[in-house]
Write a protein that binds this ligand. Structure first.
Ligand SMILES: Nc1ccc(Br)nc1
Length: 445
């Protein structure tokens, strides 16, 4: 914008429509349906949350990665009947390519691992915090975007990987004041279902679909679950057995039903043993009904829940050993989790744990005379080059206005650039907490 442009707001005349706007209609200033703006206060909370995500990830030795929000639709077109597929925010771009706003991060991670191939030395420990999307009919008024924290370990087949990532989430919870009395983890394994289905000769390719149906067990009537299982080729007898197994809440009972030789029991026993060694036994419990709603899980699955039962799942994850091969890559064992930015904030509100995050500026610098605006800029630069934050008053404002702004931005010091002090190479300093005032030389700032 050149200074001579009179874009309707210039000093020279009455407001007229800017030349580049045809018909000046007031646009809708709200963000698109289901999306959020992050004005400063909300952005401070988001940054606080994400910084905790990232600090915990680094504490566990993970490296940060990211991927495009826009991906090929092909990455997400799984045929297991997942909600995430039904709500895919997909479209055809100007190059007639089928693309989608990512609904989750794991397929992108799998794509990158395949792309990098042999150049990667396993295991990989990667984390990401990224915006994910869904296109849901606004009838339910739910959001269409959220930010997800993901941590994934790629290349470790043992359950130690799942134990490690659960430990990282618990470390996060403890950092922000959430305890085992507030939140727990329900843990199971898809191998439990697999072992039951195999006994009834349910074909392997139905496994993902059956898991997605069972994941809806608390969301739709039991009769509908049974109908959908029947439609998926599961006999009534097998269904009854499945429902019996899903109600089990103890490993001992599960072992009685399944026998003690399968991988499901072995994995779960190892996980609970490791939990004890990590020191988080009080946080986790076995619950066979946990299957999670993503088709690609193949082993341990878990979800974080609020013990008061008021909120939706806080986070969830599990092992996905076959995902890479579905994209044509070699199978590499992997596990990970997704942790959304919405339910956790609801939980923090519930628990009175939202942090106080006011704006904090060290100095507010103000020229006491319009002719000293340049001198004020010099003072601001000196302070900033010393690493001190400065809010520089940019217009000729009355002191009452300056004090009001200083209070609003929570400034520690008011630096006053006045003619008499300036002529001595000094400025006035007021410590706003105590009211103490003195003059100092520029190099003492
Ligand atoms: N997958 C997904 C994406 C966006 C939202 Br909001 N929730 C879930």
């Amino acid at each position: 914008q050149s200074p001579t442009d009179n874009a309707g707001g210039g000093r020279s005349g009455a407001l007229s429509p800017p030349p580049f706007v045809e018909d000046l209609q007031r646009i809708d200033v709200n963000p698109p349906r289901g999306t959020r703006d992050f004005p400063p206060e909300e952005m401070r909370l988001r940054n606080w949350l994400f910084n905790n995500f990232k600090e915990v990830s680094c504490l566990f030795g993970f490296e940060e990665v990211d991927f495009p929000v826009l991906e090929s639709e092909a990455l997400f077109v799984r045929k297991a009947g997942e909600e995430i597929r039904d709500q895919l925010y997909c479209f055809e771009d100007r190059g007639n390519r089928r693309v989608a706003l990512r609904p989750e991060l794991t397929p992108s991670l799998a794509r990158l691992v395949i792309q990098k191939g042999k150049s990667l030395s396993l295991p990989l420990k990667w984390f990401a915090v990224g915006q994910c999307w869904r296109y849901e009919r606004m009838t339910r008024g739910r959001r269409r975007e959220h930010y997800q924290w993901n941590m994934d370990i790629i290349g470790v087949p043992e359950v130690t990987a799942e134990a490690e990532i659960i430990s990282s989430i618990i470390t996060f919870f403890k950092r922000i004041g959430i305890t085992a009395s507030d939140v727990g983890f329900k843990v199971s394994s898809r191998k439990v279902l697999q072992e039951v289905l195999m006994r009834y000769s349910i074909p392997e390719e139905s496994f993902g679909k059956v898991c997605i149906i069972i994941d809806k067990i608390e969301k739709i009537p039991l009769d509908d679950i049974k109908k959908e299982l029947k439609f998926a080729g599961v006999s009534a007898e097998a269904t009854e057995k499945l429902l019996q197994v899903l109600s089990i809440k103890s490993l001992t009972k599960l072992e009685e039903i399944l026998g003690g030789t399968g991988d499901a029991i072995a994995d779960l026993k190892q996980l609970f043993s490791l939990a004890e060694k990590f020191g988080y036994s009080e946080w986790i419990q076995f619950d066979a009904s946990i299957v999670r709603g993503l088709a690609y899980y193949t082993g341990i699955v878990f979800e974080g829940f609020d013990r008061e039962g008021k909120l939706r799942a806080i986070c969830g994850g599990g092992r996905y050993d076959r995902l890479l091969s579905t994209f044509g890559g070699d199978d590499i064992p992997a596990c990970g989790f997704g942790f959304g930015d919405a339910v956790i904030v609801e939980l923090l509100k519930e628990k009175g744990l939202l942090p106080e995050l006011g704006l904090q500026v060290e100095n507010i610098v103000c020229a006491l005379d319009p002719d000293l605006q340049g001198a004020a800029a010099t003072v601001a630069t000196i302070l900033r080059e010393k690493g001190q934050s400065v809010d520089l008053v940019l217009e000729n404002k009355p002191l009452k206005w300056v004090f009001k702004r200083a209070a609003r931005i929570n400034a520690s010091r008011l630096i006053l650039v006045g003619i008499s002090e300036w002529q001595k190479g000094m400025v006035g300093v007021k410590i706003l907490s105590s009211g103490e005032q003195h003059e100092i030389k520029l190099d003492e700032l």
